[in-house]
Design a protein around this ligand. Structure first.
Ligand code: MRU
Length: 337
């Protein structure tokens, strides 16, 4: 996807290393502007992940990988760098996968580049496999942003839709706005607009309306962490979309690379769920929504039980929750994993 980044037209990549800094497309600014945040040390990297300059599980992992390589180049204390970066966002498993990978590879910059290339290539495969599920003129509902910005270039949930568009299938996307951070309305809609993919932003609570009217052919979402039994964490609101899909007989797919699967967890009950600042709920564009006296609660993710998942679209193929042990065997033989 080509976009104008600070005035220069380039292929969109969410994070990269250049001129001795980690460059990150600042997702807090999209769609108003496309700006680059420059991280010069592990403090900047930790800030960028925590403050959601960069977000989306695989992109968080790639940022951590580059960040640790940068910290090593800077001569920083690596234990402290790992601690800082590792304590930013607890739910996204890719963060911990990337830290482990970098530790095993001595925090080498070439290893970070390899990590980024692997993730990108794997998401392209997700696009190829997932495309087979999308019918001609298919209408897909997605939640949050699991596109190029959340990964690097192809995305996970959006990758199959991009392949469908390239094949001339004319997909249409219902984009949940995704309160409170509005990743759908701001980021997914922006990506789809750049690609010329037909879409409409809908209020989060409108999904059931369209599902019941038979207007949604399938749902594809990303994931932040997937447990051995197929329960998975994704952006808050995913669970209710999955329940609604099942109730209405609509296939519900989760697109994610192997780096998001945490086979050390038996079920979704063990996934740590990030709680974010209440002000993300209380304020919109700096304006307080409710009375001064009101507090808010802000869980960033929810867990969807495996029984609602039709299949996981991965770089190894598409697996039902009951087939995840086959996927585990593939991961165990995969040298990158
Ligand atoms: O809080 P965010 O924006 O990092 O949450 C992102 C999601 O929930 C995505 O769906 C998930 O990370 C998959 S991204 C390919």
């Amino acid at each position: 996807m080509k976009v104008a980044i600070e005035g220069e037209v380039r292929t969109l990549v969410a994070v990269w290393f250049e001129d001795n800094v980690v460059k990150i497309i600042d997702q807090r600014k999209i769609p108003e502007s496309v700006e680059v945040f420059k991280a010069r040390n592990s403090d900047d990297i930790a800030f960028a992940i925590k403050d959601m300059v960069v977000r989306g599980a695989p992109a968080i992992g790639v940022t951590a990988a580059y960040g640790l390589a940068l910290a090593k180049m800077n001569g920083e204390d690596m234990e402290s760098a790992v601690r800082k970066i590792g304590s930013t966002r607890p739910t996204a498993y890719d963060l911990f996968k990337a830290i482990r990978y970098m530790k095993e590879n001595n925090y080498d910059m070439n290893a970070a580049r390899r990590y980024a290339n692997e993730i990108s290539g794997r998401c392209r495969k997700i696009g190829e496999y997932g495309n087979e599920l999308i019918p001609e003129n298919g209408k897909i509902l997605t939640h949050c942003n699991a596109g190029a910005l959340a990964v690097l270039d192809w995305g996970t949930a959006l990758a199959p839709i991009r392949f469908a568009k390239m094949e001339g299938k004319n997909p249409f996307v219902f984009v949940d706005e995704t309160r409170p951070r509005l990743q759908g309305a701001r980021l997914t809609a922006w990506e789809l607009a750049q690609e010329g993919i037909d879409h409409a932003i809908i209020a989060d609570n409108a999904a059931g309306f369209y599902m019941r009217r038979g207007e949604v052919d399938l749902v594809i979402v990303g994931a932040d962490r997937i447990a051995s039994n197929g329960d998975f964490a994704n952006k808050i609101g995913t669970y209710e979309k999955a329940v609604l899909a099942k109730e209405n007989g609509i296939p519900f797919y989760v697109a994610a690379p192997g780096s998001t699967f945490d086979f050390s967890l038996k079920s979704g009950d063990e996934i740590p769920i990030e709680e974010r600042d209440e002000n993300e709920v209380l304020f919109v564009n700096g304006k307080r929504l409710g009375p001064e006296e009101s507090r808010a609660k802000n869980p960033a993710f929810d867990v969807t039980p495996a029984k609602y998942v039709t299949g996981f679209i991965t770089e190894y193929g598409i697996y039902k929750p009951s087939e995840l042990s086959q996927m585990k065997a593939k991961i165990e033989r995969d040298l990158f994993m």
